[in-house]
Ligand binder design. Structure first.
Ligand code: TRP
Length: 450
């Protein structure tokens, strides 16, 4: 079955798969720690505003492009541009998307490997009664060992390749259907535990009380950038998943559902994590180590900490895994269509390329730590290059293409919205002005930081 005829078994499954793509390490690992670093409520409020005015409209645009083109992101963009007598150069949106997903997966898989390794540590009870120093040591030792990082990264890649090679319905769909509900259940259990710590209101207050004196320009920019990353926009993944969407599905409703679920999971993750952090008198602003250093310290000292720690890391593995599938799919679909290859062959060839690049990312934590450009390791560069440059650029181009180049009637036909509808007017306003201006703003600032 090729991309043009591949379909999700139902609209509902599409929403689940796209939500699985959006919900990942970005929600559970990155969101709590950048919220912690930026002082809480004010940052969360701004992030929510960005999600609504830029994220949601772009999500709708990307799905509609995908479903209209029904091919891999490069071919979709080329077909749509030529169909409406626009330059074929617009296929750059697809190319940028594929490059971003290739690059993101090469480091995402390394971090996903960490979560897998920490699941094993939690099961073995390695955090139980350990001193904070021992836990920090455990983390430092772990990332200093190239073989361990490589082994876990390889395992994640092999399973991802295998599932994608089984196809859209038999592979991705089944995996997401099995994993996502368990992930949400585990998250709710953890929130339940957080409520019992007695520090739930402290967590709630931290997340929701906006203190604007805590938010600087950098924080504001991070909020917009994270809105992009967390919704998986501009990597071709959402466009690709949209290409498999049945024609009668409502894109508007699906987008609202995906964005709400993604935001909900991020907030729930915050509500599960901060009370645990506060209950153990740890700091919220611990940075990227919040999950791998701070939380194990907390798990080591709480009642049934071994069980809760295990559940937490299993949840993180599942969340990461439904995202790695979405990151691999667009490149695989492109390879299948471009070279008339079988899905299995395409998945293994593309997956091996990503695995190879991932080795460089894994080594950048130890053996290749000294290889730096502008003071950053390969891993940091890959993260910066994708999140701060490629994704905003891709998003900007999508907004410009849909806002100014694709005939409005075509968009409205796909969105099944009448022309004078209020929602439709707001959506067009965002595509034409709000999203491009906001993106150019982060883009310029990100360039300054680099
Ligand atoms: N949204 C994912 C997360 O929050 C990360 C991500 C970015 C992603 N782009 C993607 C996942 C494309 C799948 C596909 O962790």
């Amino acid at each position: 079955m090729n991309t043009t005829t591949n379909r999700w078994s139902s609209n509902w499954v599409f929403v689940l798969a796209a939500t699985g793509a959006a919900v990942g390490l970005g929600n559970i690992w990155k969101f709590p720690y950048i919220t912690g670093e930026n002082g809480g409520g004010a940052f969360v409020l701004l992030y929510l505003v960005c999600i609504v005015i830029v994220g949601l409209p772009l999500m709708m645009a990307e799905i509609l492009l995908g479903r209209r083109g029904r091919q891999n992101p490069v071919a979709t963009m080329k077909t749509l541009a030529l169909e409406h007598k626009r330059s074929r150069c617009w296929c750059i949106i697809g190319v940028l998307g594929l490059l971003s997903s290739f690059l993101i997966l090469s480091y995402y898989s390394v971090i996903a490997g960490w979560t897998l390794s920490y699941t094993v540590h939690a099961i073995n009870g390695d955090f139980t009664n350990a001193t904070p120093l021992a836990i920090i040591d455990l983390f430092q030792h772990f990332i200093a060992s190239p073989w361990q990082l490589l082994a876990w990264h390889s395992l994640i890649m092999i399973v991802t390749i295998w599932v994608v090679s089984c196809g859209v319905q038999k592979g991705i769909e089944r995996a997401v259907l099995g994993m996502f509900p368990i992930m949400v259940l585990l998250l709710l259990l953890l929130v339940g535990y957080a409520i019992k710590t007695g520090y739930f209101t402290a967590g709630l207050h931290f997340l929701l009380y906006p203190d604007f004196s805590m938010l600087g320009t950098q924080g504001a920019l991070q909020a917009l950038g994270h809105a992009f990353f967390t919704l998986s926009l501009a990597t071709g993944s959402i466009m690709m998943y949209g290409a498999y969407l049945p024609s009668n599905a409502s894109i508007t409703k699906a987008s609202i559902a995906i964005v709400t679920a993604d935001t909900g999971v991020a907030l729930l993750a915050g509500l599960a994590i901060f009370p645990i952090v506060f209950a153990n008198h740890l700091t919220a602003s611990a940075g990227p180590g919040l999950i791998f250093k701070t939380l194990p310290i907390a798990f080591g000292h709480m009642h049934y900490g071994r069980l809760w720690g295990t559940l937490f890391f299993i949840m993180l593995v599942l969340a990461a895994f439904t995202s790695t599938l979405a990151l691999l799919e667009p490149c695989v679909a492109w390879f299948i269509e471009r070279f008339h290859a079988s899905r299995t062959r395409a998945a293994w060839i593309i997956g091996s390329g990503i695995w190879l690049l991932g080795i460089a990312n894994a080594l950048s934590f130890n053996r290749w730590e000294h290889i730096r450009w502008l003071g950053q390791t390969l891993f940091q560069l890959a993260d910066h290059l994708t999140a701060n440059l490629m994704l905003p650029l891709g998003g900007l181009l999508i907004a410009l293409f849909v806002g100014w180049r694709l005939p409005t009637e075509v968009s409205l036909l796909e969105l099944q919205l009448p022309y004078h509808n209020r929602l439709c007017r707001i959506w067009r306003l965002s595509m034409r002005y709000i999203a491009p201006i906001a993106i150019v703003f982060i883009f310029v600032k990100a360039l300054e930081v680099l």
